[in-house]
Design a protein around this ligand. Structure first.
Ligand SMILES: [Zn+2]
Length: 246
């Protein structure tokens, strides 16, 4: 985090590109200073400013924050762009991404290769969509399998871009998962499904709940620890193509 005092005048666009990084402006009525923070999960910088500030003031601020920004960008280099030629773990299997120009727009998941075909070369969108669908497909299958074993019902299953939890289960039986789990080891995905489906029996985290989880995922301790220690790694993967960062 970095802060400087400033005075303010006119409103500005909310998104800036600086040093090829996305900088989101967060104007706050009560802010008296400019504050720059880095959000590693969302992969962008956030510049909190008073409501009125000039372009020049922001530019000056960013210049003064130069060393700090370079430092953060350096740390950020650990991120993996899902682009042609990159290797990504998908459901526990390392896969190479291959973009190919073709009349038909489609995505094919092979054993160790994901091929994205498009004549307009809009591969990234199709890849992101395909990966999210693949995650939903696996999590849905596993959830139904576990629900059958526990003899409980489940309703709608969705995947979301979540930042603070890997899964959730509503009182009515709707399940929600982070699609980013697709980059985790297979047993970890199974554990998260076991956890959420077990909530259909116990809406708490009681001893009985954990015994139910263990009946579906015997080594759940290990997978829970993996998520705590390594879960942030799942945020390293970005859908990136040339000027666009998602
Ligand atoms: Zn829970």
């Amino acid at each position: 985090m970095i802060t400087f005092s400033k005075k303010f005048k006119t409103p500005l666009p909310l998104e800036w590109i600086h040093k090829e990084q996305v900088i989101r402006l967060n104007p706050l009525k009560r802010a008296r200073n400019i504050k720059l923070t880095y959000d590693s999960k969302r992969n962008h910088f956030r510049l909190t400013t008073p409501v009125y500030i000039t372009k020049k003031e922001i530019e000056e601020f960013l210049m003064r924050a130069d060393a700090w920004l370079d430092d953060k960008i350096q740390q950020n280099n650990e991120s993996v762009n899902l682009d042609h030629g990159s290797i990504v773990p998908v459901l526990g299997q390392a896969c190479r991404i291959h973009f190919q120009k073709d009349i038909k727009r489609k995505i094919i998941f092979g054993t160790d290769i994901i091929t994205v075909f498009d004549h307009q070369e809009k591969y990234t969108e199709l890849l992101e969509d395909g990966i999210k669908k693949k995650a939903l497909e696996f999590l849905t299958k596993k959830s139904h399998e576990f629900a059958e074993m526990l003899e409980v019902s489940i309703q709608k299953i969705v995947v979301r871009n979540t930042y603070s939890r890997w899964g959730s289960c509503s009182a009515s039986g709707n399940l929600s998962y982070s699609w980013r789990l697709i980059f985790a080891p297979l047993e970890v995905l199974e554990y998260v499904c076991a956890h959420e489906v077990s909530h259909r029996k116990y809406m708490d985290h009681s001893k009985a709940f954990w015994q139910t989880v263990a009946s579906l995922s015997p080594h759940y301790h290990k997978h829970r620890s993996w998520l705590k220690a390594e879960g942030k790694q799942l945020f390293r993967y970005r859908f990136y193509s040339r000027s666009k960062i998602k």
